[in-house]
Design a protein around this ligand. Structure first.
Ligand code: HSE
Length: 306
């Protein structure tokens, strides 16, 4: 095999209550990453389509992720990478994670898969570190493993795959303003009250339990973020109105997708998710801000060779 093409999906990080630890994988929307062997050692980004992003390896999230992988294994050849951006940078649905995940999956495949998907997470996180200044794994984990994931943070990420109830569908609305993750992180307070922490970890546990038991009502009650959302939602135009609209249209719950500006809503059934999408369009259109919406099932396989 000399070349592979990888579809690397968009993801929703945080999932309301799980800042930096929870995430899930979306379907259809994502980046396409082509990786080919080269006689020149190392890694080169040869083409990026769809967006203006740096080609220089050390300034490109896919470049640094692959360099981290190549530090762990000797190869007789190098790699060239082409990226077709299907996800806009700064949209809140895991743009940098998709490129990083796609690149490491492609390189790993050309090397005969010496690393497991779980082992690739640490490499892809290097891309996140470059993009946002923080090596969070809550986008790259679902991008690589699919479904819902939980990250136990330590020296090395300890990532646990969680079940995805089959009737869960996500609705995404992306108001087209750019919100850089680094900026959305810089507004966060560095300490939280015990009272809020108790509410938040109760919700994380409840959400995990709801996913295991297909308990949609519990999932709905658990999709609450008392720590991050109050601080970040002011950066997103008409956030409160959009969230209330999604809930009134039948959504189980939702909030800021990753660091925003996209919002996600989880619903039981595709029809309800579509109703939520229609309601969001009706509510947001009069504001005159360009936006995109889509409905997605939960993608249970993650990045895929196509
Ligand atoms: N957990 C990260 C954050 C996700 O909220 O900053 C960024 O997409």
């Amino acid at each position: 095999m000399e070349e592979v093409k990888v579809f690397a999906p968009a993801t929703v990080a945080n999932v309301s209550c799980g800042f930096d630890v929870l995430g899930f994988c979306l379907d259809h929307v994502g980046d396409t990453v082509i990786v080919r062997k080269s006689n020149t050692p190392g890694v080169r980004i040869t083409k990026i389509e769809g967006q203006e992003l740096p080609l220089e390896t050390k300034k490109n999230v896919a470049g640094v992720a692959v360099e981290a992988l190549l530090e762990q294994i000797e190869t007789p050849f190098g790699f060239e990478i082409e990226i077709e951006k299907g996800i806009k940078a700064g949209s809140g649905i895991g743009s940098s994670a998709a490129s990083s995940a796609g690149a490491v999956v492609g390189v790993n495949a050309l090397l005969g898969n010496p690393f497991s998907r779980n082992e690739l997470i640490a490499f892809a996180m290097k891309g996140e570190e470059l993009a946002s200044g923080a090596a969070h794994a809550d986008n790259v984990s679902p991008a690589l493993l699919g479904g819902f994931t939980l990250v136990r943070c330590g020296k090395k990420p300890d990532v646990i795959s969680l079940p995805a109830p089959t009737e869960l569908f996500a609705t995404i609305i992306h108001p087209k303003i750019e919100l850089r993750t680094a900026d959305a992180r810089s507004v966060l307070k560095q300490s939280i009250s015990l009272d809020k922490a108790i509410q938040q970890w109760g919700n994380v546990g409840a959400l995990v339990s709801g996913l295991y038991t297909n308990n949609y009502k519990l999932i709905s009650r658990a999709l609450v973020d008392v720590i991050i959302e109050p601080e970040r939602s002011i950066l997103i135009p008409h956030f409160d109105e959009l969230k209330a609209t999604a809930l009134a249209a039948g959504g189980l719950g939702g909030g800021i997708s990753g660091s925003g500006p996209s919002l996600f809503t989880l619903s039981r059934g595709e029809k309800t998710a579509e109703n939520v999408r229609q309601a969001l369009i009706k509510s947001f259109e009069p504001h005159g801000i360009p936006f995109d919406t889509f409905v997605s099932k939960i993608n249970t396989h993650g990045a895929k060779i196509v």
